[in-house]
Design a protein around this ligand. Structure first.
Ligand code: PLP
Length: 404
């Protein structure tokens, strides 16, 4: 599907055709996104919002059109609820700081889950440290699913915010966020969803989910690096203090003090990434033109096929096999019960032109829980097909022979 529209996929790696299976880390870009960036700098680059001149007005229009497109993409009520950031990490850092200022006091608690990426752990740890609060996490069951009964036990009057990944970047499991949101809302606790691994792979509707915040990155959804989104319900964003000060986020600055701008600008200090937001808009249009049903079905088929092919190899252990997943499969290779280090597997795959990710995937607490040094992770995008998986499986069999 659409492979020819991604120029990088014509590259050779170590003399072989590139098979790119590292989409959870970042996706490749279609030509229309590459062209959008080149066109922006060739034809209309100009700083936005403050300019009366022609180019500035074009750039401002493109940035604000992109904001409206993001609102539509995730079904937000209003584009005022869309804050442009550098990416998921930046979004969660901003939120953790602001929530910390507004809601956290000594003795309060924040809950994340046991599968989180570091970017949904460390910002909350920092906020908790600043506010003498405690970070708790939802433990995992034996099968690596979240222990929702334990989550119920963690919720209390001390809980001030819950922040969980929609899809685990290590295991690919689609988490039961609807239930998590419902349980937290019964106690009027706001919920942030880390959508870094869900928004690129499935239709995410913030009104249907009723999440209070959603963070995601442009570069994982066929858009450019350096642009991301923090969605927040208006009633929360209006209360939260800004996390950064500077130009654009102000209404008036006097020596006696500063008043802040309206939403969403209160949270967008400095020159925003208007080229990035425009290219993200192009990427979202690209996804919409394919359609969620086609995309989800395609990636579901690849995940299923990959697990099927992997399980036919002796010595492969797939983590969370058979669970509902979004485009990610993690496994390890064993030789007579001894784990072969995922780094060695990844290196031998790379030599055969197959790009996968190995290691802790920025989720060390989860990897510690799994009691392994890391995993080999394959992750899919819309341009992958079954032949990529066949090439990967053949390369894995050769790697296994060399390492046994
Ligand atoms: N959260 C999850 C679940 C991720 O997979 C990632 C990146 O892999 C991030 C957050 C951080 O995203 P970024 O590096 O784009 O800020």
């Amino acid at each position: 599907m659409k492979r020819e529209e991604f120029p990088i996929l014509n590259e050779q790696v170590h003399g072989r055709k590139l098979v790119y299976l590292d989409n959870a880390a970042t996706s490749q870009k279609p030509q229309c996104v590459v062209d959008a960036i080149a066109e922006a700098y060739s034809r209309w680059n100009s700083n936005i919002h403050r300019g009366v001149h022609h180019l500035s007005q074009i750039a401002t229009q493109k940035h604000e059109d992109a904001r409206k497109a993001v609102a539509q993409f995730i079904n937000a009520r209003s584009s005022d609820e869309i804050i442009f950031t550098k990416g998921t990490t930046d979004s969660i850092n901003a939120l953790a700081f602001s929530i910390g200022e507004l809601l956290l006091h000594e003795g309060d608690e924040v809950i994340v889950s046991g599968v989180e990426h570091h970017s949904n752990i460390v910002p909350w740890q920092m906020a908790c440290e600043r506010k003498k609060s405690t970070l708790r996490h939802i433990p995992l069951r034996e099968d690596l699913s979240l222990d929702i009964e334990a989550f119920k036990g963690l919720l209390s009057d001390r809980t001030k915010v819950v922040s969980v990944a929609h899809v685990s970047n290590v295991l690919g499991i689609i988490q039961p966020i609807e239930e998590i949101i419902r349980l937290a809302h019964e106690r009027h606790i706001p919920v942030c969803i880390d959508g870094a691994q869900s928004v690129p792979h499935m239709s995410v509707d913030v009104q249907a989910l009723d999440c209070d915040f959603l963070a995601f990155s442009g570069h994982k959804m066929y858009g450019p690096t350096g642009i991301g989104v923090l969605y927040g319900k208006r009633e929360w964003l209006e209360q939260l203090p800004p996390h950064e000060g500077g130009g654009e986020m102000i209404n008036h600055v006097r020596w006696s003090g500063t008043t802040y701008n309206d939403l969403p600008y209160k949270f967008e200090a400095g020159t925003p990434n208007y080229v990035g937001s425009h290219a993200l808009h192009v990427a979202m249009d690209y996804i919409r033109a394919i359609g969620w049903e086609t995309l989800e079905q395609h990636e579901h088929d690849l995940t299923h096929y990959c697990e099927q092919q992997l399980s036919a190899i002796d010595g492969v252990h797939i983590y969370a096999a058979g669970m509902p997943k979004a485009g990610v499969v993690s496994f390890n290779l064993f030789n007579n019960g001894q784990l072969i280090h995922p780094f060695d597997v990844g290196t031998l795959l790379d030599q055969q032109g197959v790009a996968v990710r190995t290691g802790h995937h920025c989720a060390e607490p989860l990897i510690d829980d799994m009691a392994v040094p890391g995993t080999v992770r394959v992750s899919f995008g819309l341009y992958n097909d079954r032949s990529d998986i066949d090439t990967f499986i053949a390369a894995l069999r050769r790697a296994q022979m060399m390492l046994s």
